[in-house]
Design a protein around this ligand. Structure first.
Ligand SMILES: *Cc1c(COP(=O)(O)O)cnc(C)c1O
Length: 480
């Protein structure tokens, strides 16, 4: 069946082009090849979308589609654009290592390989190979977590927010949880300690004041309704000056004297002492357990450097109650996460090679001189790509860890400061044009704007050849 009717795109104006009927256009050799590769439905949708755009476009823009080849190219571009995955790699030159908007921790090669090896085949996610009976996905990482933290038992959920929610729901639902007023943390808007307590069905009892909380504040607040004492690591802010907080060891003895458990939400919770690599120290889950904390929760994709997950470690009886709670089923991790987490945790058995194998630690521990040397090597290519429009210089910068970890600490780094060279009133738009152009590269590049300059911090750039190779595709819109 052929439909010879062709639609006239523009009746008025100098150009009048006629679009072929969709059916006829599909018979075009190149279009038929696209149909063979990508399917009839998908290509027809693309053709219709391109034709619809042309019908709506100004006559002058449409004129160049008078030839079939131009139409085919337009449809191909549309198809390619729609087939490109939406989840893409980026080049993070913001200077923030654990960037929440860019997927936080990068997985180690070992984790990626373990996913690749186990995900395309049936696996023992919930199958006990020894007995031939049903297994428990937690056990695949529980022994490793216990080995690394000294805990009696462990369980894993979707993220640390889930770990905190589940811990409170399982241990304190319908009863009271004591927490210091200095620790009522909000993490990224949606996660606020008072709201989490409410969602978990617990009543939060605030003790002490914003800057000072004492042992007697907890002791006086303990009642028959108290189920849990809770310590929250103030990961994304610091209270300084006239302050007092009750340490884990002291709080544990207060809780235990009353027959109550103590839980600690660490947030990041590194498994190794970061000061070994010259980094600021974060509290370790193993130290918390050692001090007497009964349950510790921390993230999988912050300083640990693994997949998004929430790890819960601690006393066997409490972990058992947590695992039995109905919410556990809703918050459980997938097999991809189990694979990535197992391989990531295994790296911690060999701390000597950790800074080499674990990308998060490798990037955090990088020496500023390393970034400076890299900046000198990249400089000529970048200068060439920017042309006369921008002035640039190599500068010292300060990176940050990100994800709320160690919010006041900064790591010495190096990179570029780029400023528009045009007249002052056009500098704002020229800076935006530069940021837009960098994001429009095949692998989008993101820096940070500070005081009229675009800063490119090289701390998280490991493949400099890849970065340099795409610089000749840098094109600026009308702005600069
Ligand atoms: C980051 C953080 C959380 C939330 O962890 P996610 O893994 O992002 O869900 C909870 N508590 C503290 C103290 C944190 O720093």
């Amino acid at each position: 069946m052929s439909r010879p009717v062709e639609s006239v795109v523009h009746r008025s104006g100098a150009t009048q082009i006629r679009l072929p009927s969709v059916d006829r256009f599909l018979k075009h050799e190149a279009v038929a090849a696209m149909v063979a590769s990508h399917g009839h439905r998908f290509v027809v949708d693309a053709v219709r979308a391109v034709f619809a755009q042309l019908r709506a476009a100004p006559a002058g823009d449409v004129a160049r589609y008078a030839e079939d080849d131009a139409l085919v190219a337009a449809v191909r571009a549309h198809v390619v654009g729609r087939l490109a995955p939406r989840l893409r790699r980026m080049i993070n030159l913001t200077g923030t290592v654990l960037h929440t908007n860019m997927g936080r921790a990068l997985l180690a090669d070992q984790a990626i390989q373990h996913i690749a090896r186990t995900m395309g085949a049936p696996n023992n996610l919930e199958y006990d190979v020894d007995s031939g009976e049903r297994g428990d996905r937690d056990t695949l990482v529980e022994a490793l977590l216990c080995e690394l933290t000294g805990a009696e038992a462990a369980t894993v959920v979707n993220n640390n927010a889930a770990a905190v929610l589940l811990t409170i729901a399982a241990l304190a639902s319908g009863r009271e949880v004591l927490v210091s007023r200095g620790e009522l943390v909000e993490i990224g808007g949606a996660f606020r300690m008072p709201d989490v307590m409410a969602s978990a069905g617990a009543r939060m009892v605030e003790v002490g004041t914003t800057n000072r909380t004492h042992a007697r504040d907890y002791q006086n607040a303990i009642s028959a309704s108290t189920a849990l004492l809770m310590k929250v690591h103030t990961s994304n802010y610091a209270i300084e000056g006239f302050t007092a907080a009750v340490g884990e060891a002291e709080l544990a003895s207060i809780a235990h004297a009353a027959g109550l458990p103590l839980a600690s939400d660490l947030g990041s919770g590194s498994l190794v002492d970061l000061s070994l690599w010259g980094l600021p120290k974060e509290p370790l889950p193993q130290d918390m357990l050692e001090a007497g904390v009964d349950v510790v929760t921390f993230s999988g994709d912050k300083l640990l450097g693994g997949p998004q997950a929430g790890l819960i470690v601690g006393r066997r009886d409490l972990i058992a109650r947590i695992k039995k709670h109905p919410l556990k089923r809703a918050l459980r991790v997938s097999k991809l996460v189990v694979a990535a987490l197992e391989a990531t945790l295994a790296l911690y058995r060999h701390p000597e090679s950790l800074a080499e194998r674990l990308p998060t630690l490798r990037l955090l521990a990088r020496d500023a001189q390393d970034m400076l040397d890299m900046a000198r090597r990249i400089e000529p290519a970048l200068r060439n790509a920017l042309g006369q429009r921008y002035d640039m210089e190599i500068v010292s910068l300060k990176s940050q860890i990100g994800s709320g970890s160690l919010p006041v600490e900064r790591l010495p780094s190096a990179g570029f400061s780029i400023r528009p060279s045009c007249v002052e009133r056009r500098r704002g738009s020229a800076l935006i044009a530069l940021a837009d152009a960098l994001r429009a590269l095949p692998i989008p590049v993101v820096g940070r704007v500070s005081e009229g300059a675009l800063l490119l911090d090289l701390r998280c750039l490991e493949d400099e050849a890849e970065f340099v190779a795409q610089l000749d595709r840098l094109t600026f819109g009308g702005g600069a």
